[in-house]
Design a protein around this ligand. Structure first.
Ligand SMILES: Nc1nc2c(c(=O)[nH]1)N[C@H]1C(S)=C(S)[C@@H](COP(=O)(O)O)O[C@H]1N2
Ligand SMILES: [Mo]
Length: 442
């Protein structure tokens, strides 16, 4: 190679590669470690060990600078070193839900403890199927909109994609999320307790666009939404102003088509409302003037109150937050930790998250990471020094309506413990003297 780093006339890049000598590597490693420990000591992080980049013989054979890399792939995959997975979980619905004995009645949980930011990769979005994932050919799929309207319309997926589109970020949370709180499950991870919530960017057509197209009647105050899976899940949706503003029929998730597990090719998105009503594999919307009282909203997806009455159509997912690290079953070392977590509310934006490291005696504001969007996961951070003493870590969320996430005691006082769904109390993680983290019910 010639000097200069120019591209010559033949178009090949010329220039010299400036390489580090082994002595330089050693010097840099020593300095990096010292500088690193000095600056982290300022944060109180003595004891953090840095990986040694020193190149021994074996490492040299693997040196990515000495062999050409691989070619681009038609469809990307994560690094083979990344092992994060969803986890099958028998949630309250799989155990007690409608069709508990149906084949492929299944939950899977998002690994919240190791995710960054607010987007859940589609491949790690939690799943809830009452009868497995159907294989649907989008060319043959139809959406029927009918009932209390001037006309009935049958849409192909392509026709829906031609209509004006909208996109937004929103979480979907199963109302059975955090049911561990009702039954006081012991020694569980945050994936076990809170993994039935995920957050995506969704693209589709506004429901209101379709209601205009069919000429919905004034009396149409409810809508039946029906899925085309083997469970034939169907739910009544109240056509409130909030729903009319928010509801979408989605075909896009995080920039590509919905995953089969999330309802390919079409799903109903009702931001802020319980997961169950976000009907997947959507095939029919029927307008009516009263709820349709399907088995899903009478026999199941109701909340049994202390007086023995069942609360129906408890659809809104109230404000919730959780510290995702440190969290259940993790092992921490003394020193600096950034407490990290997620907060969300089905009623709008999160306005404040407070963190307690002393079991709720004192609270301090956490930093919210932008963007803070309505009905969307919001990430929070809080710097913390752990000196090896027992600590109880908690977070509590306040939303734009002024609602404050309750303690377990406050929640149980109103709701009793007969429910399976809609548990949103403050989560407590106890850090034991040896650094082991365990969930407790404070
Ligand atoms: N057609 C149909 N829609 C469905 C379901 C289903 O089993 N069939 N499960 C519901 C439940 S209980 C939840 S919590 C959400 C889960 O959505 P996800 O699997 O995309 O996370 O989908 C809802 N929509
Ligand atoms: Mo659910």
């Amino acid at each position: 190679m010639s000097e200069g780093g120019r591209i010559d006339q033949a178009g090949s890049v010329s220039g010299r590669r400036e390489e580090m000598r082994p002595e330089e590597w050693q010097e840099v490693n020593r300095r990096t470690f010292l500088a690193g420990s000095a600056s982290l000591m300022a944060l109180g992080a003595a004891g953090l060990v840095f990986g040694n980049a020193n190149a021994d013989e074996a490492d040299q054979a693997r040196d990515p600078m000495r062999v050409p890399g691989t070619l681009p792939r038609p469809y990307g995959e994560r690094s083979p070193f990344e092992k994060l997975t969803r986890l099958g979980g028998a949630g309250p619905e799989a155990l007690h839900g409608w069709g508990a004995n149906a084949p492929n009645n299944f939950n899977s949980l998002t690994p919240l403890q190791d995710l960054h930011g607010i987007i859940t990769p589609a491949s790690l979005h939690f799943e809830r199927h009452h009868n497995g994932v159907p294989a649907i050919d989008p060319a043959r799929h139809r959406l029927l909109v009918h009932g209390l309207a001037e006309r009935s319309l049958l849409f192909t997926v392509e026709e829906l994609k031609r209509l004006p589109a909208v996109a937004r970020l929103a979480f979907i949370e199963c109302s059975g999320n955090t049911w561990d709180g009702w039954r006081e499950a012991q020694d569980v991870t945050v994936q076990d307790t809170h993994g039935l919530t995920s957050n995506s960017e969704w693209t589709g057509v506004k429901l209101s666009t379709l209601l205009k197209a069919v000429g919905a009647r004034r009396e149409a105050t409810w809508m039946l939404a029906e899925g085309s899976d083997a469970s034939g899940l169907n739910r009544s949706v109240p056509l409130t102003n909030d729903v009319l503003n928010d509801a979408m029929i989605c075909y896009g998730q995080n920039g590509e088509a919905l995953r089969p597990e999330q309802g390919y090719p079409l799903r109903l998105l009702l931001p802020g409302l319980e997961g169950n009503i976000n009907v997947k594999w959507l095939r029919r919307l029927k307008l009516g003037s009263a709820p349709f009282m399907t088995r899903w909203e009478t026999a199941k997806y109701t909340d049994l109150m202390p007086d023995g009455k069942a609360y129906q159509f408890s659809l809104v997912m109230e404000a919730k937050s959780v510290i995702t690290s440190p969290s259940g079953q993790q092992q921490i070392q003394p020193g600096f930790h950034e407490i990290r977590g997620l907060a969300w509310s089905g009623r709008g934006r999160v306005t404040k998250v407070e963190v307690s490291v002393d079991g709720g005696h004192t609270w301090q504001g956490a930093q919210l990471q932008e963007p803070v969007l309505p009905k969307c996961h919001t990430r929070f951070r809080f710097p913390w020094q752990w000196h090896g003493q027992e600590a109880i870590l908690q977070s509590r969320c306040v939303d734009e309506t002024g609602y404050i996430q309750p303690t377990r005691q406050e929640l149980v006082k109103v709701r009793g413990t007969n429910s399976l769904y809609h548990y949103n109390a403050i989560q407590s993680w106890r850090v034991e003297r040896d650094g082991r983290v365990r969930n407790i019910y404070a």
